[in-house]
Design a protein around this ligand. Structure first.
Ligand code: GLN
Length: 697
């Protein structure tokens, strides 16, 4: 039997290990640094580094690395060994405080969006002591933030840490107003559910589109997709189960709270979900989950696909971000409380979220925007591109009665004056949740369902933390000045509901009616990444980010640049891959099938008897017609790529890729998919959807 409690966190330099291995004063100094987010004194760092090194070597480490999260959305690492010459032809194993707290990787090959010119290649990594170091692959991993020589953030961790500070500050102002003096920190927490596909490695290797783009660029629908709904929660196949078991064990060793695993809706689709944790730790852990899924799948001759839409026609994969805020004393601020006073506080935090989501729909949309996620959002399997909040009928009725000063429940007396009564308990039961909603209240947290499966959870949580902090900051400004706290509180909640209730929608987000209704309500519907991105640099958003020191103006512009560039590059790679597969795979398949068909027809004729050649002739005709169409579409796509270079601005180029190149790809695809259903199996150059989706058992 595996001793899971002992296995859990066994490769992590966590609090328990620190307490055991660090001198008491050093341990205390380190804890204080972590709690107060201060810089670590070098003497303390030296002692910590030495203890860390001893521990890591015992765990098999030979190297250390500053592990960081550049703007690529994945992690980066450069390994240095602990060896240092001792002067007598020998070496000693060394690791200093300086090496622990700061690294200087060459930053020139990471996206910087113009912040850092190549001649200033230096970038810095700085230890983030709020996320524990760990040993993996014989290396000590030190979670770090990554910034440029001049101090601008070049990564996804720095703004996340900044946003945590901001929500901590503003939420504490509110708590103080409610008389709470004990809370030292307010922490944003997240539990991200991660969806993925597992397919057979041998088949994967035969699909360059999966290799280069992570998704199939063509493929006819197989006879069976997900219509029988027989995969969701179905019994887990042995090969998948063996993969999941190893994944759990490896994650547990690294202190990741892997909790739930199951089959998802589409064939070959699965999910893993950890228990929630502090948002920056959750972000680090989600990166580890994605990385380990890929590595462990490989050991099982499988490939883990993290793309948002690897296969057209069946569900894509999301990452559902269960977000809440709680105090260091363990109180969840999005949990309706036991007393009237707590409930007033809950309603204020709820109002802050409602106001934030309505005012910054654009930023939330952008935080999940990517070329991959464009295929998923609005495709009737994931929320549409329109942001709205699901509160559930009960909570909606409550806030409506607050707005209108009416009775919430006939059985109770009219007592909706804020704080005058105990709110009923809301079911935390997940069955109650609305799966079509992009942002659903689930009893004590919000489930932001728009995130794509491959992306870092950092961006959406930076936005969530910051926009909610902004609402809280405006509320606190008013409440701190108010002579009658209760009256001001009531008017804030009422006003917020009145001004922002358009964002609340409890119905079916997939329906056409909602598209029309949301338009009437004036909500944004930013269907694609290209439509959404320009809002990032809108004045109100620049003001928000700079006010709270999340991003400087230079950082905002650089991120905008990086996002546009990434979008263009992804589409460019996809277009080139599709052309390559068509020219060197599909066209030869079609030709050789046509050749055999023609030979049969000719042979029949050469025998001299008047054999019926209807079958051959019909097939030759229809495939030849499709072939001609294929050729035209290849030319069109080829030319569209050439023309892309002539666009003036980066935004123009991104738009062009969406409006011209992407459309040309779709047109080419539809001919290929049609041909696939007509060309003989043995001639077809690539594994089909049926094979890819049903080969793992
Ligand atoms: N069962 C589910 O929750 C499906 C979710 C869906 N796969 C998504 O992309 O979000």
């Amino acid at each position: 039997m595996m001793d899971i409690p002992n296995l859990f966190g066994s490769m992590v330099f966590n609090d328990k290990v620190m307490r055991q291995r660090l001198p008491k004063d050093v341990y205390k100094a380190l804890k204080r640094t972590i709690a107060e987010q201060k810089h670590l004194n070098l003497d303390v760092a030296n002692v910590v580094a030495s203890a860390m090194k001893e521990w890591a070597i015992e765990k098999g480490a030979t190297h250390f690395t500053h592990w960081f999260q550049p703007m690529t959305g994945v992690t980066a690492e450069k390994h240095d060994s602990f060896i240092s010459p001792s002067g007598d032809d020998n070496i000693i194993m060394e690791f200093s405080g300086k090496e622990l707290v700061r690294g200087e990787p060459d930053a020139s090959s990471f996206p910087s969006g113009g912040i850092r010119s190549t001649f200033e290649a230096r970038g810095y990594t700085a230890w983030d002591p709020t996320s524990y170091a760990f040993v993996k692959d014989n290396t000590l991993y030190i979670p770090t933030a990554f910034c440029s020589y001049s101090g601008e953030a070049l990564d996804k961790k720095t703004p996340l840490l900044r946003s945590m500070e901001v929500i901590n500050k503003e939420a504490k102002r509110i708590l103080r107003l409610f008389g709470n003096k004990d809370v030292k920190r307010v922490i944003a927490t997240v539990g991200p559910e991660q969806e993925y596909f597992l397919i057979d490695k041998e088949l994967y290797e035969k699909r360059p589109d999966l290799i280069y783009c992570g998704r199939t660029l063509f493929g006819a629908r197989p006879p069976k997709g997900q219509e029988l709904e027989d995969h969701y929660f179905a019994s887990i196949k042995p090969r998948v189960s063996a993969f999941m078991k190893e994944l759990d064990e490896e994650l547990w060793k690294l202190g990741v709270l892997a909790k739930t695993k199951h089959n998802e809706v589409a064939p070959a689709q699965h999910e893993i979900a950890p228990i929630f944790s502090t948002v920056n730790v959750a972000a680090d852990h989600n990166q580890l989950i994605m990385e380990l899924m890929k590595k462990i799948a490989n050991k099982h001759n499988l490939v883990c696909l993290l793309h948002e839409k690897p296969f057209a026609g069946v569900n894509g994969s999301g990452k559902h971000n269960n977000w809440s805020i709680s105090t260091n004393t363990g109180v969840n601020l999005l949990e309706p409380g036991e007393t009237p006073y707590e409930n007033a506080q809950f309603l204020l935090f709820l109002s802050a979220v409602i106001k934030a989501v309505d005012e910054y729909q654009d930023l939330l949309r952008i935080s999940v925007a990517s070329a991959g996620n464009d295929h998923r959002l609005g495709a009737n399997e994931a929320p549409p591109a329109i942001i709205s909040i699901f509160l559930g009928d009960e909570l909606t009725e409550i806030i409506e009665s607050i707005e209108n000063d009416t009775c919430y429940n006939q059985k109770e007396k009219c007592q909706m004056e804020i704080g005058a009564t105990v709110l009923p308990h809301f079911p935390k039961d997940t069955t109650d949740r609305n799966r079509t909603s992009p942002f659903a209240f689930t009893g004590n947290k919000f489930e932001f369902r728009m995130l794509g499966s491959s992306s870092s959870i950092s961006d959406p949580n930076v936005v969530l933390n910051t926009i909610v902090a902004e609402s809280l900051s405006q509320f606190a400004d008013r409440l701190e000045k108010a002579s009658d706290f209760k009256a001001e509180l009531t008017s804030i909640v009422k006003e917020t509901i009145r001004n922002h209730k358009r964002i609340i929608f409890n119905g079916n987000n997939y329906s056409d009616e909602w598209v029309k209704e949301s338009e009437k309500r004036g909500l944004l519907n930013l269907k694609s990444t290209v439509e959404a991105l320009p809002y990032f640099i809108a004045e109100k958003n620049v003001k928000l980010f700079t006010k709270h020191n999340i991003f400087s103006e230079a950082e905002i512009n650089s991120r905008y640049h990086i996002m546009l560039e990434e979008y263009i590059k992804v589409l460019h790679i996809e277009a080139l891959t599709l052309l390559d597969m068509t020219k060197r795979g599909i066209i030869p398949s079609v030709i050789s099938y046509l050749k055999d068909l023609s030979e049969v027809a000719l042979n029949k004729k050469s025998i001299g008897k008047d054999f019926n050649c209807k079958l051959e002739e019909t097939l030759i005709e229809s495939i030849s017609d499709l072939g001609a169409c294929l050729y035209r579409n290849v030319e069109k796509l080829d030319n569209s790529i050439l023309e892309a270079k002539n666009q003036e601005t980066l935004l123009d180029t991104a738009k062009y890729y969406r409006e011209v190149v992407f459309i040309a790809m779709q047109e080419l695809r539809s001919v290929i998919d049609n041909l696939e259903t007509k060309v003989g199996k043995k001639y077809w150059a690539f594994p089909t959807y049926g094979e890819l989706l049903y080969s793992v058992y």
